[in-house]
Design a binder for this molecule. Structure first.
Ligand code: ZN
Length: 219
């Protein structure tokens, strides 16, 4: 019997070059060996979303989408033990502000798009909702007693004014198999939605990392 992989490795980006190999893992836990679907644009000097056609469509096999047991919608769970620094991409159709006025703010899973490594110049937003393989859209937002275990890096994929784009996320701590991927939508998101009560999303079956109690020293 083949040895069961209990942990998969973080994908290294080729130094000084764009990714050419898909950064996803197959359901077997092995790194995908296919080439990425969208070509590198020499003219625009931008890297495309680093997934092959299959993983763009079906999502990274290192994760699985579940329904939250308490009816909070969908959640994203690690299929394997993931190391700190595991790379993943939040990808979707790039739109410009105002193009989609009928977007339901409570179902809003859009993300600002910053091409390249330019965290200053926003270039529209990414709408993952027509793309079920963009599984990062299902990662929950942690509750008040929880901390995020993934965060956005400054790396954007896709070219400025292009029609498809992605933003990279990385895990900030090891994520055990069966645990949820949790991020933090940010205080602005919550400020715009005062009617939503923040709840902890971790459950016995699908845990989420807990916030450590702050140590208070008495003097
Ligand atoms: Zn792939």
């Amino acid at each position: 019997m083949p040895k069961k992989l209990n942990r998969i490795a973080a994908q290294k980006k080729p130094h000084g070059k764009p990714d050419t190999q898909c950064i996803a893992h197959c359901l077997s836990g092995l790194r995908c060996t296919r080439q990425i679907e969208m070509p590198f644009s020499a003219k625009h000097k931008t890297s495309p979303v680093p997934y092959c056609e299959k993983h763009l469509r079906w999502g990274d096999g290192a994760f699985k989408v579940h329904k939250h047991p308490k009816g909070y919608g969908k959640i994203l769970v690690a299929r394997y033990n993931l190391p700190k620094g595991y790379r993943m991409v939040y990808h979707g159709v790039r739109k410009t502000t105002g193009q989609d006025a009928d977007l339901d703010p409570d179902e809003d899973r859009t993300l600002w798009f910053y091409p390249g490594n330019d965290s200053e110049r926003v270039n529209g937003y990414i709408d993952p909702s027509p793309c079920p393989g963009s599984v990062l859209q299902f990662a929950a937002n942690g509750g008040p007693g929880e901390v995020a275990n993934i965060r956005q890096s400054n790396r954007g994929f896709g070219r400025r004014n292009g029609d498809y784009a992605g933003m990279e996320y990385v895990s900030t701590m090891p994520i055990p198999a069966g645990w949820q991927l949790v991020h933090n939508y940010g205080s602005e998101w919550w400020k715009d939605r005062p009617e939503i009560v923040r709840s902890n999303v971790g459950t016995e079956r699908f845990p989420a990392p807990q916030r450590k109690a702050r140590k208070v020293s008495c003097k």
